[in-house]
Write a protein that binds this ligand. Structure first.
Ligand code: SF4
Length: 254
């Protein structure tokens, strides 16, 4: 993808987008309480370098990074990168196309995991970490087991977290933090490893189940600290951004 084809405004609406992000994170916490997940502090086999996030989440997390943690993250080499964003993937699948393959890399332990087995940025960890749950102990069985319904909800939330980061980017946390650091130095060119966020194509994965619809309705009706609802805030951000140019070229080539 050519960076020139993507309209990027990572700073756009940051305070409002953070209030949306925190509301979405709160919803995950509430919903997770409805499942018999066995995860507890110190079990961290899911803490790997599969750290694919939006630029909004990267900036939010970066505010909690000290220089040592940031250096550890930036020292990462050869990690897996996404081939498309969740919403681009949804759009391609809706159109019967195969999404681009992800870029393989060595999967190691997350550099933000402390020696005590605890996350160094727990309060600011991204959605991908917040959705890592299992109903069985991973270290005993070698893998996580996640109820289908929670997986379906997770797919939708990945779409929504991209949707609300209007003008932002999707990619590996290390690439995002590197880009944010370069932006501060005045380097504005978007590296090719970061992908432009796009709107959700009508939540392509939304299943018919009433329960999931109700969960999403609850999120969109949720009142934020500003007094506005999640939906009103998102609509306001959308209207003021102007046409979403990010990845609009895809419509021409698909
Ligand atoms: S950011 Fe924290 S929760 Fe996420 S993988 Fe790293 S250590 Fe684990």
């Amino acid at each position: 993808m050519s960076p020139a084809l993507v309209t990027i405004k990572p700073d756009y609406g940051y305070p409002e987008k953070i209030s949306l992000l925190e509301a979405l994170y709160a919803l995950v916490e509430e919903e997770a309480r409805n499942y018999p997940f066995v995860c507890e502090p110190g079990c961290a086999s899911c803490c790997t370098t599969y750290l694919w996030v939006t630029s909004l989440e990267a900036r939010y997390l970066r505010e909690a990074l000290n220089s040592d943690l940031e250096a550890r993250l930036l020292a990462l080499k050869d990690y897996p990168r996404p081939g498309s964003t969740p919403n681009t993937m949804a759009l391609l699948l809706m159109r019967g196309k195969s999404p681009p393959e992800d870029h393989p890399g060595e999967v190691r332990t997350c550099p933000l995991l402390g020696p005590d087995g605890l996350c160094s940025v727990y309060e600011r960890r991204p959605l991908t970490c917040r959705l890592m749950f299992s109903v069985q102990r991973c270290e005993l069985s070698g893998e996580a087991r996640v109820p289908e319904e929670f997986l379906a909800l997770s797919s939708l939330l990945f779409q929504i977290v991209e949707e609300l980061d209007i003008g932002g980017l999707y990619g590996h946390l290390a690439d995002q933090v590197r880009f944010l650091r370069d932006l501060e130095k005045g380097v504005e060119e978007v590296p090719e490893v970061l992908l432009g966020n796009r709107e959700a194509p009508d939540l392509a994965y939304l299943p018919e189940e009433d329960k999931l619809r109700q969960i999403l309705a609850r999120l969109y009706r949720r009142q934020l600290p500003s007094g506005k609802t999640f939906k009103e805030t998102l609509d306001h951000l959308r209207e003021n951004f102007g046409p979403r140019e990010a990845l609009s070229f895809l419509d021409e080539i698909l």
